[in-house]
Ligand binder design. Structure first.
Ligand code: MRU
Length: 336
């Protein structure tokens, strides 16, 4: 499995996800602004992974004494609006930094670096626990459909949705995966298909508009996706196109599972209507790898995420257990 992000003496090293699968290139962010740019530019992406990146961004900003804690945190928080893990990680670092303010500067720096590294290590353990909790839900001998990338690349390692798939395979289940290509940014084609291929897990890439056809075919045993933010009522924000898959799964009586860490829960929001949805550049829709596929000047909508209402979600798999409806009750219990 690839190393998504790493703290080193040279800086924060990340695999450049904009270059995959054609090239495996690592970039080194030497200050907090470069970390912020890497998050904004999708060099690193996926809710838990950008949380880890932001934590390391705070640590490197403080280590270099580049700006005030608030400036560093505000810059990192302004990169992407939807995945709540980003804000969760920044808050955790900020709270620690404030609690250390009376300590010598060198000690503050060392402890913040240690905390950022701990967030990364914890994330891998959390993904493994999500996998262990979800593996039994995956039907043996069937295909698992997934959307976007919720794998090692979207986390500090192992993955959430792909963690469930990996754990099911490790438990001896004979499963295959269908990966939606995930237009417009193609995380499914570029990242999920690549990751699963590296692991030797039988995987077929399908275009997004094929999902309904296969869900109706009876070949798909369940859908497992990740999440960027989950509201108190169980509404799930995830990559654009997730909602369509969920509706099609319900129509065809296929269980729809969401795999996510507790840090993806936003219990301050009563429903998914309150989740901010990132709008991205028109060029992602009008162009594919720089080649125009639409008439010049055409109006474009490009929301990066959608919200799946809780009634389509069969269960939410977390590191602390599996939540089922009514979600307000089950999620609050798991988060406490
Ligand atoms: O825009 P991205 O690539 O950051 O979106 C990623 C997703 O939507 C993932 O499915 C989600 O973050 C879950 S990651 C474990």
């Amino acid at each position: 499995m690839v190393e998504t992000i790493e703290w080193t003496d040279r800086g924060v090293v990340m695999i450049d996800q904009t270059r995959l699968p054609r090239e495996t290139v690592y970039v080194t962010c030497r200050d907090y602004k470069e970390v912020a740019e890497a998050i904004r530019g999708m060099v690193i992406r996926g809710a838990p992974a950008i949380g880890v990146a932001a934590a390391m961004g705070v640590a490197i900003g403080i280590q270099k004494g580049e700006a005030s804690l608030d400036t560093i945190c505000d810059t990192l928080a302004a990169t992407r609006p939807t995945a709540v893990n980003l804000f969760w990680a920044i808050d955790r670092m900020k709270t620690l930094a404030r609690s250390l303010s009376s300590r010598p500067v060198e000690q503050q720096r060392a402890l913040l670096i240690e905390e950022a590294r701990r967030i990364k290590i914890e994330d891998v353990a959390i993904c493994r626990a999500i996998g262990a909790n979800g593996a039994s839900l995956v039907p043996d001998g069937k295909v698992v459909l997934t959307h976007c990338n919720a794998g090692a690349l979207a986390t500090a390692g192992y993955g959430t949705a792909l963690g469930v798939i990996r754990a099911a395979v490790e438990s001896g289940k004979k499963i295959a995966v269908f990966a939606d290509e995930t237009r417009p940014f193609l995380q499914g084609a570029r990242l999920t298909a690549w990751e699963l291929q590296q692991d030797g897990i039988e995987t077929s890439l399908i275009t997004d508009n094929m999902a309904g056809h296969f869900l109706k075919s009876g070949r798909i045993g369940c859908v497992v996706v990740g999440a960027d933010r989950i509201a108190r009522n169980g509404d799930v924000a995830n990559k654009i196109g997730t909602y369509s898959v969920a509706v099609l799964a319900k129509e065809n009586n296929v269980p729809f599972y969401v795999a996510a860490p507790i840090s993806t829960l936003d219990l301050t929001l009563s429903s998914g209507d309150e989740i901010p949805i990132e709008q991205r550049a028109a060029a992602e829709v009008t162009h594919v790898f720089g080649v125009p596929v639409a008439p010049e000047g055409i109006a474009v909508e490009n929301p990066a995420f959608d919200v799946t209402p809780f009634r389509y979600v069969t269960a939410i798999i977390t590191e602390k257990g599996v939540a089922r409806a009514p979600y307000e009750e089950s999620l609050t219990r798991l988060a406490s």
